[in-house]
Write a protein that binds this ligand. Structure first.
Ligand code: HEM
Length: 557
Protein backbone atom coordinates (compact mmCIF):
# COMPACT_ATOMS: atom_id res chain seq x y z
CA UNK A 1 0.00 0.00 0.00
CA UNK A 2 2.80 2.38 1.02
CA UNK A 3 4.75 1.40 -2.07
CA UNK A 4 1.70 1.92 -4.33
CA UNK A 5 1.16 5.42 -2.87
CA UNK A 6 4.83 6.31 -3.44
CA UNK A 7 4.53 5.07 -7.03
CA UNK A 8 1.32 7.06 -7.60
CA UNK A 9 2.94 10.26 -6.33
CA UNK A 10 6.19 9.70 -8.20
CA UNK A 11 4.28 8.88 -11.40
CA UNK A 12 2.20 12.06 -11.13
CA UNK A 13 5.23 14.31 -10.63
CA UNK A 14 7.02 12.56 -13.46
CA UNK A 15 4.07 12.83 -15.82
CA UNK A 16 3.92 16.58 -15.29
CA UNK A 17 7.69 16.87 -15.84
CA UNK A 18 7.43 14.68 -18.89
CA UNK A 19 4.54 16.62 -20.48
CA UNK A 20 6.45 19.89 -20.01
CA UNK A 21 9.51 18.35 -21.62
CA UNK A 22 7.45 16.82 -24.43
CA UNK A 23 5.78 20.13 -25.31
CA UNK A 24 9.16 21.74 -25.82
CA UNK A 25 10.49 19.92 -28.91
CA UNK A 26 10.61 16.57 -30.63
CA UNK A 27 13.02 16.09 -33.48
CA UNK A 28 12.43 12.38 -34.18
CA UNK A 29 8.69 12.30 -34.85
CA UNK A 30 9.26 11.57 -38.54
CA UNK A 31 11.25 8.38 -37.83
CA UNK A 32 9.23 5.21 -38.35
CA UNK A 33 8.86 2.51 -35.74
CA UNK A 34 6.68 -0.24 -34.23
CA UNK A 35 3.67 -0.05 -31.92
CA UNK A 36 4.13 -1.29 -28.37
CA UNK A 37 1.57 -3.05 -26.20
CA UNK A 38 1.40 -0.28 -23.57
CA UNK A 39 2.19 3.40 -24.18
CA UNK A 40 2.44 3.87 -20.43
CA UNK A 41 4.99 1.12 -19.79
CA UNK A 42 6.80 1.52 -23.11
CA UNK A 43 8.98 -0.85 -25.13
CA UNK A 44 11.00 -2.05 -22.13
CA UNK A 45 7.90 -3.93 -21.01
CA UNK A 46 7.59 -5.74 -24.36
CA UNK A 47 11.26 -6.61 -24.75
CA UNK A 48 11.45 -7.67 -21.11
CA UNK A 49 8.52 -10.09 -21.56
CA UNK A 50 9.80 -11.89 -24.67
CA UNK A 51 11.13 -15.45 -24.33
CA UNK A 52 14.47 -15.02 -26.07
CA UNK A 53 16.37 -11.76 -25.60
CA UNK A 54 16.58 -9.63 -28.72
CA UNK A 55 13.98 -11.35 -30.94
CA UNK A 56 11.66 -8.36 -31.02
CA UNK A 57 14.36 -5.72 -31.52
CA UNK A 58 15.92 -7.77 -34.34
CA UNK A 59 12.49 -7.99 -36.01
CA UNK A 60 12.06 -4.20 -35.71
CA UNK A 61 15.49 -3.58 -37.26
CA UNK A 62 14.66 -5.87 -40.17
CA UNK A 63 11.41 -3.95 -40.75
CA UNK A 64 12.55 -0.33 -40.31
CA UNK A 65 16.32 -0.47 -40.78
CA UNK A 66 18.97 -0.27 -38.01
CA UNK A 67 17.52 2.99 -36.59
CA UNK A 68 13.91 3.43 -35.55
CA UNK A 69 11.60 5.23 -33.13
CA UNK A 70 9.87 3.40 -30.33
CA UNK A 71 7.56 4.40 -27.49
CA UNK A 72 9.28 4.56 -24.12
CA UNK A 73 7.65 4.76 -20.68
CA UNK A 74 4.97 7.44 -20.15
CA UNK A 75 4.50 7.60 -23.94
CA UNK A 76 7.90 9.23 -24.58
CA UNK A 77 9.67 8.91 -27.94
CA UNK A 78 12.89 6.93 -27.81
CA UNK A 79 15.34 6.63 -30.69
CA UNK A 80 16.63 3.08 -30.94
CA UNK A 81 19.72 2.37 -33.01
CA UNK A 82 22.11 -0.42 -33.92
CA UNK A 83 23.76 1.56 -36.70
CA UNK A 84 27.59 1.31 -36.51
CA UNK A 85 28.24 4.97 -37.28
CA UNK A 86 25.64 6.07 -34.75
CA UNK A 87 27.18 3.79 -32.11
CA UNK A 88 30.65 5.05 -32.93
CA UNK A 89 29.43 8.62 -32.60
CA UNK A 90 27.64 8.05 -29.29
CA UNK A 91 30.32 5.90 -27.63
CA UNK A 92 33.54 7.23 -29.11
CA UNK A 93 33.37 10.55 -30.83
CA UNK A 94 30.97 12.37 -28.48
CA UNK A 95 30.88 10.05 -25.49
CA UNK A 96 30.51 12.66 -22.76
CA UNK A 97 27.68 14.32 -24.72
CA UNK A 98 25.64 11.17 -24.22
CA UNK A 99 25.00 10.60 -20.53
CA UNK A 100 23.64 7.49 -18.88
CA UNK A 101 19.89 7.44 -18.36
CA UNK A 102 18.99 7.89 -14.69
CA UNK A 103 16.09 5.43 -14.82
CA UNK A 104 18.60 2.73 -15.58
CA UNK A 105 21.78 4.04 -14.01
CA UNK A 106 20.55 4.88 -10.54
CA UNK A 107 20.04 1.22 -9.60
CA UNK A 108 23.84 0.87 -9.81
CA UNK A 109 24.15 3.59 -7.18
CA UNK A 110 21.54 1.96 -4.94
CA UNK A 111 23.37 -1.35 -5.26
CA UNK A 112 26.89 -0.24 -4.55
CA UNK A 113 27.20 3.51 -4.03
CA UNK A 114 29.27 6.04 -6.02
CA UNK A 115 31.01 3.63 -8.39
CA UNK A 116 32.70 4.03 -11.80
CA UNK A 117 29.86 2.46 -13.82
CA UNK A 118 27.38 4.91 -12.30
CA UNK A 119 29.64 8.03 -12.37
CA UNK A 120 29.22 10.60 -15.14
CA UNK A 121 31.29 13.40 -16.70
CA UNK A 122 34.19 14.72 -14.65
CA UNK A 123 33.47 12.41 -11.74
CA UNK A 124 33.75 9.47 -14.13
CA UNK A 125 37.02 10.84 -15.56
CA UNK A 126 38.45 11.00 -12.03
CA UNK A 127 37.38 7.40 -11.25
CA UNK A 128 38.66 6.11 -14.55
CA UNK A 129 42.05 7.83 -14.25
CA UNK A 130 42.67 6.25 -10.86
CA UNK A 131 41.47 2.80 -11.88
CA UNK A 132 43.22 2.56 -15.25
CA UNK A 133 46.69 1.55 -13.92
CA UNK A 134 45.23 -1.56 -12.31
CA UNK A 135 43.97 -2.74 -15.72
CA UNK A 136 47.15 -2.44 -17.82
CA UNK A 137 47.94 -5.39 -20.08
CA UNK A 138 51.05 -6.30 -18.08
CA UNK A 139 49.15 -6.17 -14.81
CA UNK A 140 46.33 -8.36 -16.14
CA UNK A 141 48.70 -10.90 -17.65
CA UNK A 142 50.23 -11.32 -14.22
CA UNK A 143 46.88 -12.80 -13.13
CA UNK A 144 47.23 -15.73 -15.56
CA UNK A 145 48.54 -18.21 -12.92
CA UNK A 146 45.59 -17.26 -10.67
CA UNK A 147 43.07 -17.82 -13.49
CA UNK A 148 44.70 -21.18 -14.16
CA UNK A 149 44.84 -22.40 -10.56
CA UNK A 150 41.13 -21.64 -10.00
CA UNK A 151 40.21 -23.29 -13.32
CA UNK A 152 42.25 -26.42 -12.43
CA UNK A 153 40.19 -26.71 -9.24
CA UNK A 154 37.00 -27.09 -11.32
CA UNK A 155 38.71 -29.40 -13.82
CA UNK A 156 40.02 -31.66 -11.00
CA UNK A 157 36.63 -31.74 -9.27
CA UNK A 158 34.77 -32.69 -12.47
CA UNK A 159 37.43 -35.31 -13.33
CA UNK A 160 37.08 -36.83 -9.91
CA UNK A 161 33.26 -36.91 -10.18
CA UNK A 162 33.57 -38.55 -13.60
CA UNK A 163 35.94 -41.28 -12.38
CA UNK A 164 32.94 -43.42 -11.45
CA UNK A 165 30.53 -42.54 -14.29
CA UNK A 166 30.46 -42.10 -18.03
CA UNK A 167 28.98 -38.60 -17.98
CA UNK A 168 27.07 -36.17 -15.78
CA UNK A 169 24.61 -33.29 -16.27
CA UNK A 170 25.68 -30.01 -14.67
CA UNK A 171 24.50 -26.44 -14.46
CA UNK A 172 27.81 -25.35 -15.96
CA UNK A 173 27.08 -21.63 -15.55
CA UNK A 174 26.83 -22.03 -11.77
CA UNK A 175 30.29 -23.65 -11.63
CA UNK A 176 31.72 -20.97 -13.88
CA UNK A 177 30.10 -18.25 -11.83
CA UNK A 178 31.65 -19.62 -8.62
CA UNK A 179 35.06 -19.92 -10.32
CA UNK A 180 34.79 -16.36 -11.70
CA UNK A 181 33.79 -15.08 -8.26
CA UNK A 182 36.84 -16.69 -6.63
CA UNK A 183 39.01 -15.19 -9.39
CA UNK A 184 37.67 -11.66 -9.04
CA UNK A 185 37.91 -11.87 -5.22
CA UNK A 186 41.58 -12.86 -5.36
CA UNK A 187 42.55 -10.57 -8.26
CA UNK A 188 40.62 -7.54 -7.11
CA UNK A 189 41.29 -7.58 -3.36
CA UNK A 190 43.31 -10.65 -2.51
CA UNK A 191 40.17 -12.06 -0.88
CA UNK A 192 39.02 -15.69 -0.94
CA UNK A 193 35.26 -15.94 -1.49
CA UNK A 194 35.61 -19.74 -1.14
CA UNK A 195 32.81 -20.03 -3.69
CA UNK A 196 34.28 -23.19 -5.22
CA UNK A 197 35.10 -24.80 -1.88
CA UNK A 198 31.55 -24.65 -0.64
CA UNK A 199 29.15 -22.08 -2.04
CA UNK A 200 26.63 -22.87 0.71
CA UNK A 201 29.11 -21.84 3.37
CA UNK A 202 30.08 -18.57 1.72
CA UNK A 203 27.41 -16.04 2.62
CA UNK A 204 28.65 -13.54 0.04
CA UNK A 205 28.89 -16.07 -2.77
CA UNK A 206 25.35 -17.23 -2.00
CA UNK A 207 24.04 -13.67 -1.82
CA UNK A 208 25.56 -12.73 -5.19
CA UNK A 209 24.19 -15.71 -7.09
CA UNK A 210 21.93 -14.48 -9.88
CA UNK A 211 21.45 -11.02 -8.37
CA UNK A 212 21.65 -9.22 -11.72
CA UNK A 213 18.85 -11.44 -13.00
CA UNK A 214 16.72 -11.24 -9.88
CA UNK A 215 16.59 -7.46 -9.78
CA UNK A 216 15.65 -7.10 -13.46
CA UNK A 217 13.72 -10.18 -14.57
CA UNK A 218 10.05 -9.68 -15.49
CA UNK A 219 9.52 -6.75 -13.15
CA UNK A 220 5.90 -6.09 -12.12
CA UNK A 221 4.28 -3.24 -14.08
CA UNK A 222 4.23 -0.97 -11.03
CA UNK A 223 7.98 -1.36 -10.52
CA UNK A 224 8.70 -0.66 -14.20
CA UNK A 225 6.82 2.65 -13.84
CA UNK A 226 8.46 3.41 -10.53
CA UNK A 227 11.95 3.08 -12.02
CA UNK A 228 11.00 4.91 -15.25
CA UNK A 229 9.95 7.88 -13.12
CA UNK A 230 13.49 8.29 -11.79
CA UNK A 231 14.39 10.20 -14.97
CA UNK A 232 12.32 13.12 -13.77
CA UNK A 233 13.44 13.34 -10.15
CA UNK A 234 16.37 15.06 -8.44
CA UNK A 235 19.23 13.09 -6.87
CA UNK A 236 18.37 13.80 -3.18
CA UNK A 237 14.95 12.15 -3.72
CA UNK A 238 16.44 9.30 -5.75
CA UNK A 239 18.77 8.48 -2.87
CA UNK A 240 15.76 7.79 -0.63
CA UNK A 241 14.57 4.99 -2.94
CA UNK A 242 17.32 2.77 -1.54
CA UNK A 243 14.80 2.15 1.28
CA UNK A 244 11.93 1.05 -1.03
CA UNK A 245 10.08 -1.80 0.72
CA UNK A 246 9.79 -4.36 -2.12
CA UNK A 247 11.28 -7.80 -2.65
CA UNK A 248 13.79 -6.50 -5.22
CA UNK A 249 15.02 -3.64 -3.05
CA UNK A 250 15.12 -5.80 0.07
CA UNK A 251 17.42 -8.17 -1.80
CA UNK A 252 19.64 -5.32 -2.97
CA UNK A 253 19.87 -3.92 0.57
CA UNK A 254 20.66 -7.30 2.07
CA UNK A 255 23.56 -7.90 -0.34
CA UNK A 256 24.91 -4.36 0.02
CA UNK A 257 24.89 -4.50 3.83
CA UNK A 258 26.53 -7.90 3.80
CA UNK A 259 29.11 -6.69 1.31
CA UNK A 260 29.82 -3.49 3.22
CA UNK A 261 30.70 -5.43 6.34
CA UNK A 262 33.30 -7.52 4.45
CA UNK A 263 34.44 -4.69 2.17
CA UNK A 264 35.17 -2.20 4.95
CA UNK A 265 37.20 -4.81 6.80
CA UNK A 266 39.26 -5.64 3.70
CA UNK A 267 39.74 -1.97 2.92
CA UNK A 268 40.90 -1.19 6.47
CA UNK A 269 43.41 -4.02 6.35
CA UNK A 270 44.75 -2.92 2.96
CA UNK A 271 44.96 0.73 3.93
CA UNK A 272 46.56 0.16 7.32
CA UNK A 273 50.20 0.95 7.66
CA UNK A 274 50.77 -2.10 9.82
CA UNK A 275 51.96 -4.16 6.89
CA UNK A 276 53.66 -1.50 4.83
CA UNK A 277 55.85 -4.01 3.03
CA UNK A 278 52.89 -6.06 1.82
CA UNK A 279 50.98 -2.92 0.95
CA UNK A 280 53.67 -1.51 -1.30
CA UNK A 281 54.01 -4.79 -3.20
CA UNK A 282 50.36 -5.91 -3.30
CA UNK A 283 49.51 -6.90 -6.89
CA UNK A 284 45.75 -7.04 -6.46
CA UNK A 285 43.62 -4.33 -8.06
CA UNK A 286 42.68 -2.76 -4.72
CA UNK A 287 46.32 -2.40 -3.61
CA UNK A 288 47.19 -0.71 -6.91
CA UNK A 289 44.17 1.55 -6.59
CA UNK A 290 45.07 2.54 -3.03
CA UNK A 291 48.65 3.33 -4.09
CA UNK A 292 47.43 5.44 -7.05
CA UNK A 293 44.99 7.19 -4.70
CA UNK A 294 47.67 7.89 -2.08
CA UNK A 295 49.87 9.60 -4.63
CA UNK A 296 47.14 11.68 -6.25
CA UNK A 297 46.24 15.17 -5.02
CA UNK A 298 43.34 15.82 -2.64
CA UNK A 299 40.98 17.02 -5.37
CA UNK A 300 41.24 13.90 -7.46
CA UNK A 301 41.37 11.29 -4.68
CA UNK A 302 38.66 8.66 -4.35
CA UNK A 303 36.84 8.72 -1.02
CA UNK A 304 36.54 5.59 1.13
CA UNK A 305 32.91 5.18 -0.02
CA UNK A 306 34.00 5.44 -3.66
CA UNK A 307 36.73 2.81 -3.21
CA UNK A 308 34.26 0.52 -1.47
CA UNK A 309 31.78 1.06 -4.29
CA UNK A 310 34.44 0.14 -6.90
CA UNK A 311 35.16 -3.12 -5.07
CA UNK A 312 31.54 -4.15 -5.03
CA UNK A 313 31.07 -3.04 -8.65
CA UNK A 314 34.09 -5.00 -9.88
CA UNK A 315 32.66 -8.09 -8.23
CA UNK A 316 29.26 -7.59 -9.83
CA UNK A 317 30.54 -6.50 -13.26
CA UNK A 318 33.29 -9.06 -13.28
CA UNK A 319 31.89 -12.49 -12.57
CA UNK A 320 28.43 -13.37 -13.94
CA UNK A 321 29.17 -11.54 -17.21
CA UNK A 322 32.18 -13.73 -17.92
CA UNK A 323 30.53 -16.89 -16.54
CA UNK A 324 27.42 -16.45 -18.70
CA UNK A 325 29.48 -15.77 -21.83
CA UNK A 326 31.56 -18.94 -21.39
CA UNK A 327 28.39 -20.92 -20.59
CA UNK A 328 26.80 -19.73 -23.85
CA UNK A 329 30.02 -20.73 -25.63
CA UNK A 330 29.96 -24.27 -24.17
CA UNK A 331 26.26 -24.48 -25.10
CA UNK A 332 27.12 -23.59 -28.71
CA UNK A 333 29.92 -26.19 -28.68
CA UNK A 334 27.42 -28.80 -27.49
CA UNK A 335 25.34 -27.92 -30.56
CA UNK A 336 28.38 -27.81 -32.87
CA UNK A 337 30.44 -30.95 -32.06
CA UNK A 338 32.53 -30.57 -35.24
CA UNK A 339 33.80 -27.15 -34.16
CA UNK A 340 34.35 -28.53 -30.64
CA UNK A 341 36.60 -31.27 -32.12
CA UNK A 342 38.60 -28.73 -34.12
CA UNK A 343 39.09 -26.56 -31.04
CA UNK A 344 40.17 -29.55 -29.00
CA UNK A 345 42.78 -30.49 -31.61
CA UNK A 346 44.08 -26.91 -31.45
CA UNK A 347 44.31 -27.08 -27.64
CA UNK A 348 46.05 -30.50 -27.75
CA UNK A 349 48.61 -29.28 -30.29
CA UNK A 350 49.36 -26.25 -28.12
CA UNK A 351 49.67 -28.55 -25.12
CA UNK A 352 52.20 -30.63 -27.05
CA UNK A 353 54.31 -27.51 -27.62
CA UNK A 354 54.04 -26.54 -23.92
CA UNK A 355 55.19 -30.05 -22.88
CA UNK A 356 58.07 -29.96 -25.39
CA UNK A 357 59.23 -26.69 -23.80
CA UNK A 358 59.03 -28.31 -20.39
CA UNK A 359 56.45 -25.77 -19.14
CA UNK A 360 53.59 -26.61 -16.80
CA UNK A 361 50.84 -24.50 -18.36
CA UNK A 362 49.91 -22.20 -21.21
CA UNK A 363 51.46 -18.76 -21.47
CA UNK A 364 49.45 -15.74 -22.64
CA UNK A 365 51.13 -16.12 -26.05
CA UNK A 366 50.01 -19.79 -26.24
CA UNK A 367 46.43 -18.71 -25.52
CA UNK A 368 46.58 -15.89 -28.07
CA UNK A 369 47.87 -18.38 -30.65
CA UNK A 370 44.71 -20.52 -30.36
CA UNK A 371 42.78 -18.85 -33.17
CA UNK A 372 39.84 -21.27 -33.22
CA UNK A 373 39.28 -20.77 -29.48
CA UNK A 374 39.59 -17.02 -29.81
CA UNK A 375 37.14 -16.99 -32.72
CA UNK A 376 34.66 -19.03 -30.66
CA UNK A 377 34.90 -16.42 -27.87
CA UNK A 378 34.36 -13.58 -30.32
CA UNK A 379 31.44 -15.31 -31.97
CA UNK A 380 29.79 -15.99 -28.63
CA UNK A 381 30.19 -12.36 -27.57
CA UNK A 382 28.61 -11.46 -30.89
CA UNK A 383 25.60 -13.78 -30.84
CA UNK A 384 25.03 -13.82 -27.08
CA UNK A 385 26.03 -10.37 -25.82
CA UNK A 386 25.42 -10.45 -22.09
CA UNK A 387 24.72 -6.71 -22.12
CA UNK A 388 22.09 -6.46 -24.84
CA UNK A 389 21.30 -2.76 -24.96
CA UNK A 390 22.18 0.48 -23.18
CA UNK A 391 20.26 3.75 -23.06
CA UNK A 392 21.98 7.12 -23.35
CA UNK A 393 20.59 10.68 -23.14
CA UNK A 394 21.78 13.56 -25.36
CA UNK A 395 23.16 16.31 -23.11
CA UNK A 396 22.95 18.88 -25.94
CA UNK A 397 21.40 19.23 -29.40
CA UNK A 398 23.30 17.08 -31.86
CA UNK A 399 23.16 15.29 -35.20
CA UNK A 400 23.76 11.54 -35.19
CA UNK A 401 25.31 10.20 -38.43
CA UNK A 402 24.14 6.88 -39.91
CA UNK A 403 26.07 4.27 -41.89
CA UNK A 404 22.80 2.81 -43.16
CA UNK A 405 20.25 5.44 -44.28
CA UNK A 406 16.63 4.93 -43.23
CA UNK A 407 13.34 5.98 -44.82
CA UNK A 408 11.24 8.45 -42.80
CA UNK A 409 7.45 8.32 -42.53
CA UNK A 410 7.24 10.62 -45.58
CA UNK A 411 9.50 8.29 -47.61
CA UNK A 412 12.59 10.51 -47.57
CA UNK A 413 15.94 8.69 -47.16
CA UNK A 414 18.01 10.24 -44.36
CA UNK A 415 21.71 9.76 -43.53
CA UNK A 416 21.65 11.47 -40.14
CA UNK A 417 19.20 12.08 -37.30
CA UNK A 418 19.01 15.43 -35.51
CA UNK A 419 18.36 14.96 -31.81
CA UNK A 420 17.38 17.56 -29.22
CA UNK A 421 18.96 17.86 -25.79
CA UNK A 422 17.28 15.33 -23.46
CA UNK A 423 16.50 12.81 -26.23
CA UNK A 424 16.81 9.21 -25.01
CA UNK A 425 18.67 6.93 -27.42
CA UNK A 426 18.61 3.22 -26.76
CA UNK A 427 21.67 1.58 -28.36
CA UNK A 428 21.23 -2.10 -29.15
CA UNK A 429 24.45 -4.08 -29.13
CA UNK A 430 22.46 -7.24 -29.68
CA UNK A 431 20.89 -5.96 -32.91
CA UNK A 432 24.19 -4.47 -34.11
CA UNK A 433 25.80 -7.86 -33.52
CA UNK A 434 23.19 -9.47 -35.77
CA UNK A 435 23.10 -6.96 -38.62
CA UNK A 436 23.46 -8.89 -41.90
CA UNK A 437 24.89 -5.67 -43.40
CA UNK A 438 27.85 -5.98 -41.01
CA UNK A 439 28.20 -9.71 -40.29
CA UNK A 440 26.83 -11.34 -43.44
CA UNK A 441 23.70 -13.24 -44.42
CA UNK A 442 24.31 -15.87 -41.71
CA UNK A 443 24.39 -13.23 -38.93
CA UNK A 444 21.79 -15.20 -36.92
CA UNK A 445 23.89 -18.34 -36.72
CA UNK A 446 26.88 -19.22 -34.54
CA UNK A 447 29.82 -19.55 -36.92
CA UNK A 448 33.23 -18.64 -35.43
CA UNK A 449 34.93 -19.06 -38.80
CA UNK A 450 33.39 -15.74 -39.86
CA UNK A 451 36.21 -14.04 -37.96
CA UNK A 452 38.79 -15.61 -40.24
CA UNK A 453 37.15 -13.96 -43.22
CA UNK A 454 36.01 -10.65 -41.69
CA UNK A 455 38.44 -7.78 -41.53
CA UNK A 456 37.28 -5.79 -38.53
CA UNK A 457 39.58 -2.95 -39.52
CA UNK A 458 37.32 -2.42 -42.52
CA UNK A 459 34.28 -2.18 -40.26
CA UNK A 460 33.16 1.03 -38.62
CA UNK A 461 34.92 0.92 -35.28
CA UNK A 462 32.40 0.44 -32.50
CA UNK A 463 34.01 -1.72 -29.85
CA UNK A 464 37.30 -2.95 -28.57
CA UNK A 465 37.47 -6.67 -29.03
CA UNK A 466 36.78 -7.83 -32.58
CA UNK A 467 34.76 -4.68 -32.91
CA UNK A 468 32.19 -6.39 -30.74
CA UNK A 469 31.72 -4.89 -27.42
CA UNK A 470 30.70 -1.50 -27.04
CA UNK A 471 32.20 -2.52 -23.92
CA UNK A 472 35.13 -4.52 -25.23
CA UNK A 473 37.10 -2.16 -27.44
CA UNK A 474 37.95 -3.44 -30.98
CA UNK A 475 37.26 -7.14 -31.05
CA UNK A 476 33.54 -6.30 -31.50
CA UNK A 477 30.70 -4.70 -30.01
CA UNK A 478 31.73 -2.56 -31.78
CA UNK A 479 31.87 -3.97 -28.28
CA UNK A 480 34.11 -7.12 -27.99
CA UNK A 481 34.87 -7.33 -31.51
CA UNK A 482 33.11 -4.34 -32.69
CA UNK A 483 30.81 -4.84 -29.84
CA UNK A 484 33.04 -4.61 -26.90
CA UNK A 485 34.32 -1.68 -28.84
CA UNK A 486 31.12 0.25 -28.74
CA UNK A 487 30.68 0.93 -25.14
CA UNK A 488 34.32 1.19 -25.79
CA UNK A 489 35.83 4.59 -26.08
CA UNK A 490 35.61 6.68 -22.98
CA UNK A 491 33.48 4.18 -21.14
CA UNK A 492 34.74 0.93 -22.62
CA UNK A 493 34.48 -2.05 -20.34
CA UNK A 494 37.45 -1.59 -18.04
CA UNK A 495 37.68 -5.32 -17.43
CA UNK A 496 37.54 -6.50 -21.05
CA UNK A 497 41.12 -7.74 -21.17
CA UNK A 498 40.78 -9.31 -17.73
CA UNK A 499 37.66 -11.10 -18.91
CA UNK A 500 39.25 -12.13 -22.22
CA UNK A 501 42.27 -13.80 -20.59
CA UNK A 502 39.97 -15.47 -18.07
CA UNK A 503 37.71 -16.79 -20.85
CA UNK A 504 40.73 -18.02 -22.85
CA UNK A 505 41.88 -20.02 -19.81
CA UNK A 506 38.41 -21.46 -19.09
CA UNK A 507 37.89 -22.44 -22.72
CA UNK A 508 41.32 -24.03 -23.28
CA UNK A 509 41.24 -26.04 -20.04
CA UNK A 510 37.60 -27.16 -20.28
CA UNK A 511 37.68 -28.08 -23.96
CA UNK A 512 41.03 -29.83 -23.48
CA UNK A 513 39.64 -32.02 -20.69
CA UNK A 514 35.92 -32.49 -21.35
CA UNK A 515 33.39 -33.19 -24.05
CA UNK A 516 30.20 -31.09 -23.89
CA UNK A 517 26.84 -32.22 -25.27
CA UNK A 518 23.15 -31.46 -24.84
CA UNK A 519 21.34 -33.53 -22.18
CA UNK A 520 17.98 -35.03 -23.14
CA UNK A 521 15.42 -32.26 -23.38
CA UNK A 522 17.99 -29.46 -22.97
CA UNK A 523 17.42 -28.09 -26.47
CA UNK A 524 13.93 -26.99 -25.40
CA UNK A 525 14.87 -26.17 -21.83
CA UNK A 526 17.67 -23.61 -22.34
CA UNK A 527 16.40 -20.05 -22.60
CA UNK A 528 18.52 -16.93 -23.17
CA UNK A 529 16.11 -14.66 -21.31
CA UNK A 530 16.09 -10.87 -21.13
CA UNK A 531 16.51 -9.31 -17.67
CA UNK A 532 16.57 -5.53 -17.96
CA UNK A 533 19.46 -4.77 -20.29
CA UNK A 534 21.24 -8.08 -19.81
CA UNK A 535 20.72 -11.59 -21.17
CA UNK A 536 20.77 -14.54 -18.77
CA UNK A 537 20.55 -18.30 -19.22
CA UNK A 538 17.58 -19.84 -17.40
CA UNK A 539 15.62 -23.09 -17.47
CA UNK A 540 12.45 -22.45 -19.46
CA UNK A 541 9.46 -22.19 -17.15
CA UNK A 542 11.66 -22.35 -14.03
CA UNK A 543 13.12 -18.87 -13.47
CA UNK A 544 13.17 -19.52 -9.73
CA UNK A 545 16.14 -21.85 -10.25
CA UNK A 546 18.13 -18.67 -10.89
CA UNK A 547 20.57 -18.48 -13.78
CA UNK A 548 20.95 -22.06 -14.97
CA UNK A 549 22.35 -23.70 -18.10
CA UNK A 550 22.48 -27.50 -18.00
CA UNK A 551 24.96 -29.41 -20.17
CA UNK A 552 26.18 -33.02 -20.30
CA UNK A 553 29.87 -33.35 -19.50
CA UNK A 554 32.10 -36.37 -20.15
CA UNK A 555 35.86 -36.97 -20.14
CA UNK A 556 37.84 -36.57 -23.35
CA UNK A 557 39.42 -39.89 -24.24
C1 HEM B 1 32.07 -11.02 -20.87
C2 HEM B 1 32.31 -10.21 -19.85
C3 HEM B 1 31.93 -8.74 -19.79
C4 HEM B 1 31.01 -8.03 -20.51
C5 HEM B 1 30.08 -8.54 -21.62
C6 HEM B 1 31.07 -6.66 -20.06
C7 HEM B 1 30.30 -5.63 -20.57
C8 HEM B 1 30.42 -4.31 -20.18
C9 HEM B 1 29.66 -3.21 -20.77
C10 HEM B 1 28.64 -3.34 -21.89
C11 HEM B 1 30.06 -2.07 -20.15
C12 HEM B 1 29.55 -0.66 -20.43
C13 HEM B 1 28.42 -0.34 -19.49
C14 HEM B 1 27.87 1.05 -19.72
O1 HEM B 1 28.47 1.86 -20.41
O2 HEM B 1 26.79 1.33 -19.17
C15 HEM B 1 31.04 -2.44 -19.16
C16 HEM B 1 31.67 -1.55 -18.32
C17 HEM B 1 32.50 -1.93 -17.29
N1 HEM B 1 32.97 -3.20 -17.04
FE1 HEM B 1 32.57 -4.85 -18.11
N2 HEM B 1 32.00 -6.57 -19.05
C18 HEM B 1 32.55 -7.82 -18.86
C19 HEM B 1 33.54 -8.16 -17.96
C20 HEM B 1 34.06 -7.32 -17.00
C21 HEM B 1 35.04 -7.69 -15.99
C22 HEM B 1 35.65 -9.08 -15.82
C23 HEM B 1 35.28 -6.58 -15.24
C24 HEM B 1 36.21 -6.39 -14.06
C25 HEM B 1 37.25 -7.14 -13.79
C26 HEM B 1 34.46 -5.50 -15.78
C27 HEM B 1 34.45 -4.20 -15.31
C28 HEM B 1 33.77 -3.15 -15.91
C29 HEM B 1 33.84 -1.77 -15.43
C30 HEM B 1 34.61 -1.28 -14.21
C31 HEM B 1 33.05 -1.01 -16.30
C32 HEM B 1 32.76 0.49 -16.23
C33 HEM B 1 33.72 1.24 -17.14
C34 HEM B 1 33.47 2.74 -17.16
O3 HEM B 1 32.32 3.17 -17.07
O4 HEM B 1 34.46 3.47 -17.29
N3 HEM B 1 33.75 -5.99 -16.85
N4 HEM B 1 31.25 -3.79 -19.21
Amino acid sequence: MLFTSIVALVSFVSLVAFVLRFLRRNSIRNIRGPHVSSRLLGFEYDIGRQDEAGGLETKWAREYGPTWRVTGSFGSDVLMTADPKALQHIYHKSAYNYAKQTAQNHMGYIMSGPNIVWAQGQVHQRHRKLMNPAFSTAQLRSFLPLFQSVTYKVVDKWKSDLSSKKDMDLFVNQWLSRAALDIIGAAAFDYDYKALDDADESALAKAYHGILKDINFRLPEVEILFRAAWDYLPFPILKLFAYTPTKTFNRVRYVRNLYNAYGRKILREKSADVDAEKRSHGKDILSILIRANDSSDEKTKLTEDEILAQMYTLTLAGHETTASTVSFLLYELAKHPEYQDRMRREVMEARGRVAARGDAGFTAEDLDGMTLCLNAIKETLRLHPVVTHLPRVATKDDVIPLAFPIATASGEAIHEVPVAKGQVIDTSMLVYNRLPQVWGADADTWNPDRFSRLDDHKQTYVGVFANLILAFPRLTTIAYLNLYRTAAGTRACLGWRFSLIEMQVFVAEFVGAFQFSLPDGAADEIQCAPAGNIMVPIVRGKPDLGTALRLRVSLVN
